[in-house]
Design a protein around this ligand. Structure first.
Ligand SMILES: [Zn+2]
Length: 265
């Protein structure tokens, strides 16, 4: 009798945990893509060893893939509803983000995104946004100007990537190493300059409990890391995963990422 009961319980627990696993596998999730600087293939001599610098041509092919496969690029307000109100996202949703605020995001990515009617979020280091449009220097990291921020705002939502706390010292960004008062003053200034309180991206993906609390206390309701993986409705809105898209990301890999099939360890 006891033996029978044991087997019965074992069967129930396998059924239960099996089902839980299945539910987790089927729960809606979305890839939040992260791009940085873009450069035309023919101009790329200075950054050919930098895996974060993507060719304009590959970026164009990836966007064409999304368009041809009828992807929807979600806005921050759609992601907010997904996370906070548990609202569904349209099928085949993906989110596009850019970090740092390179001029190339405006000169090269903006027209491609516009062509397909896509939206993206651009996290700018507001202290590095230029007061005048920069000349194009293929060998330099030119930063976006405030005029370009204004002109690009039909496609990009601009948000803070700190004002001046991005640069690491001994491997740690200013955001996680300055005093709490300094970090808060920097955030408030950055939010004001970029006119967006709600979104934030952690420089180099570095954060700690104090920084997360400080963001929450200053109106941020979604903050993005560079932790690998997808976003689902159980994700912590202040510690959202993103998928860094590297220069080596071919279309096959890209497809597995946007379909959330790429397995992260
Ligand atoms: Zn950055």
């Amino acid at each position: 009798m006891l033996k029978k009961l044991f087997f019965c319980l074992a069967a129930i627990s396998i059924a239960f945990f099996g089902l839980t696993g299945l539910m987790q596998a089927n729960q809606p999730q979305i890839a939040v893509l992260l791009y940085h600087h873009l450069i035309p293939e023919a101009d790329n001599t200075a950054f050919s060893d930098n895996g974060l610098v993507m060719s304009v041509e590959l970026f164009a092919r990836q966007m064409e893939y999304l368009y041809k496969n009828q992807y929807h690029t979600v806005t921050s307000s759609e992601l907010r509803s997904f996370l906070y109100e548990k609202k569904a996202l349209p099928p085949k949703s993906v989110m596009i983000t850019f970090d740092d605020g390179y001029m190339s995001n405006y000169t090269f990515a903006y027209p491609i995104l516009k062509q397909y009617g896509f939206k993206a979020v651009l996290f700018a280091i507001t202290g590095s946004v230029q007061t005048k449009d920069q000349e194009y220097h293929p060998d330099q990291l030119d930063m976006i100007s405030w005029m370009q921020v204004a002109a690009g705002s039909d496609i990009f939502e601009f948000a803070s990537h700190t004002h001046a706390l991005h640069t690491p010292v001994n491997g740690k960004t200013g955001l996680v190493s300055v005093t709490p008062d300094e970090a808060q003053a920097d955030l408030i200034l950055s939010q004001k300059r970029i006119n967006n309180r709600k979104l934030f991206a952690y420089p180099l993906g570095q954060y700690n409990t104090r920084v997360v609390d400080m963001l929450r206390n200053n109106g941020v309701d979604m903050a993005f890391t560079i932790n690998k993986g997808y976003v689902n409705q159980n994700s912590n809105p202040l510690l959202l995963n993103r998928v860094t898209v590297y220069a080596s990301c071919d279309i096959k890999t890209f497809e597995s990422v946007v379909t959330c099939k790429y397995k992260y360890r």
